[in-house]
Design a protein around this ligand. Sequence first.
Ligand code: ATP
Ligand code: MG
Ligand code: MG
Length: 355
Amino acid sequence: MSRIWVLGAGQLGQMLKHAGMPLNLDVRPVDIESEETFPLQPHEQVTAEREQWPDTVATRQLAAHPAFVNLETFPILADRFTQKSLIDKLDLATAPWQLVETATSAEALHQKLGERVLLKRRTGGYDGRGQHWLREPGLDAIPDDWHEQAIAEQAIDFDEEMSVVGMRGADGRCFFYPLTLNLHVNGILLGSVAPLARLAHLQAEAEQMLGKLMNDLDYVGVMAMECFRVGEHLLINELAPRVHNSGHWTQAGANISQFEAHLRAVAKLPLVQPTVKNTSVMVNLVGTERNDAWLSVPGAELYWYGKEVRPGRKVGHINFCLDNHADTKTALDQLQPLLPVNYVQVLNWLRSQLD
Ligand code: ATP
Ligand code: MG
Ligand code: MG
């Protein structure tokens, strides 16, 4: 049995472990805070479910292992400055931006980037945390501790948000899932739907962009690229060198999930183009208690992460991949009264994509 160590033991690590079982891959998520030493063997691979980690006994041991796949990519993508610089270097479209340096003023940012400017912390941000808006030229200011710690981005009036999840093998061959349409509310992903016929004409552009990035990084495994659609073009929002929340629908909607795809790549098993079934829908469960009644909704496939429920925290997701859009809409109708009232907006959005 091959063993793969995963730096991080959150839900992504757990779902990698789950995906490894049918292939007899022994996937071992490791808690980043662990003080244990693990019996890593030279032939065993190491991967990560996160792009950044604190320096602990566990992470030091894993990061020192010679077979840590993509080790050089993590620091590049974990820092928005180096990530955006890479996107620029490859001449790929992204929101205009600049580094927030010691001498940078809000005024200068407005002058260069416009009336609405979004500061993003260079590292550590997720689910919209680590963002600060400058929306009032002449009145707003860069918070003190954001100098040298952030980039500034032009606000993009995008039409919608989407992402593409791709995979690259050690032989350099790439495969991609179809574009996923995403709904973020206050910076956090709440719903996804894929594939959609109306997005098919953007697929080639998305694949070309992500393929160029993965090739440049000589990346092996699954990578996600979040995008804004502006008219008929895509702007890259950000990249994640790992399995990604917007790819969770592949657990229900593809013959090979993003988790299996990542493991295959890391374990040097064959990669092929995944076969996608019908349109899938994913509802993220954020800050809400578990409700077993969700399981009575036809077609619902629940992943409950077993984490303590806190406001704004991702605690699970539900996938649907039903025979037709009408059945999916009916299932969402049944789910609606079982979710907090703020989900009405999410389910309405999902249903509207299925019209
Ligand atoms: P994630 O949880 O996906 O890692 P994050 O906290 O790293 O999120 P981003 O993906 O950069 O942050 O931004 C979160 C959301 O904020 C985006 O999905 C989008 O809705 C909005 N956003 C980000 N950048 C911009 C921008 N330049 N203009 C307008 N909206 C933006
Ligand atoms: Mg992010
Ligand atoms: Mg994001």
